[in-house]
Design a protein around this ligand. Structure first.
Ligand code: ADE
Ligand code: ZN
Length: 327
């Protein structure tokens, strides 16, 4: 009980949250009505009942359908602001938000509208909630390289409103190598680099994210334990892994929370921390993830809690001076 209270009250950073994955069913219906968008499900309850996933793709299909209600700048602002209020309740003091511009530009929404709404919410989070917040633009890996390059080019007029690029969506069959050139272009523009790898995909995808894309963090990465040599490399370099426990259980990466390999990752000396991924779809925000993880895994104690929270700050893209105020 003391550990639960500590986990809830501690200041923390969130490094793996897809802002479109924070869109709650209630807000989906509100925005659908506001924008005159038709939905496939008749009610909030019917939509929520469809949240039973068997793998990553079964989730993505529903997640992209949910995002179809986002059209105006205010929609993107309202979504992100709702997230920041929940983050504040969990004592999140720093958040790096992924967003998927191609999900919106493919529907005719201007990328400037997407970024403007999200960035305004980030600024208000700092001003009104004391949460430092920044944006990471993710490329959809099921789309082609040309689309990713066009997206980065379209975002460059707003270069000062996001800090980095990432890679998400359907992992299997879409290795990091496919995006070597757009990541090189982003790096040349001074952007920070991350990529989803080793969520459903093999350890080789983690290796090519590091060697070909030159990422600074691996998102998920839990399948690294299929390769002892890779685990050793990740430990030696203290490469951060943004682990998302509830997501991994809901998408059947691990059968139950008690089977999650987070204790093994920490025992191997990896720089892992807990994140919420798509909290509106997977059953909860950051504190819910932390509590579910510690409840199911008695190997995790106060030392592991401290390590996870500490790693969340040191693996962040906040300045060293900012980090020093937290750790
Ligand atoms: N997009 C949103 N959530 C994702 C996840 N867990 N993996 C890959 N792409 C995603
Ligand atoms: Zn993710």
């Amino acid at each position: 009980e003391r550990l639960r209270a500590l986990l809830q009250a501690a200041p923390k950073a969130e490094l793996h949250i897809h802002i479109e994955g924070s869109l709650e069913p209630e807000l989906i219906f509100q925005l659908a009505q506001r924008n005159g968008v038709a939905l496939a499900h008749p009610s909030v309850d019917a939509l929520r009942a469809a949240y039973a996933f068997t793998d990553l793709q079964s989730f993505l299909d529903i997640y992209y359908a949910g995002a179809s209600v986002l059209l105006q700048e205010a929609d993107f602002f309202d979504m992100a602001w709702a997230y920041f209020l929940r983050a504040q309740a969990d004592n999140v003091v720093h958040a790096e938000l992924f967003f998927d511009p191609q999900t919106h530009t493919e529907r005719g929404v201007d990328i400037g509208v997407v970024i403007a709404g999200l960035h305004r919410a980030c600024q208000q989070a700092q001003a009104q909630l004391g949460i430092s917040a920044s944006l990471i633009l993710c490329f959809l890996r099921h789309l082609d390289e040309a689309s990713a390059i066009a997206t980065l080019n379209a975002a460059m007029p707003y270069r000062d409103q996001f800090i980095g690029v990432g890679l998400d969506s359907s992992e299997r069959g879409h290795p990091p190598e496919k995006f070597a050139r757009v990541f090189a272009q982003a790096k040349a523009a001074g952007l920070r680099l991350v990529a989803h790898a080793g969520e459903e995909g093999p350890p080789a995808y983690i290796e090519s994210a590091l060697d070909v894309l030159q990422v600074e963090r691996i998102d998920h990465g839990v399948r690294c334990t299929d390769s002892p040599a890779l685990v050793q490399r990740l430990a030696a370099s203290r490469m951060p892994l943004t682990v998302c426990p509830l997501s991994n259980v809901k998408l059947c990466v691990h059968p139950t929370m008690a089977d999650h390999n987070l204790p093994a990752l920490l025992a191997a000396g990896l720089c892992a921390m807990v994140n919420s991924d798509d909290p509106a779809y997977f059953g909860g925000y950051l504190n819910t993830n932390l509590l579910a993880t510690f409840d199911a895994l008695p190997q995790l104690g106060v030392a592991e809690a401290w390590a996870l929270l500490h790693n969340s700050f040191t693996a962040s893209f906040a300045t060293k001076a900012q980090q020093a105020a937290w750790v």
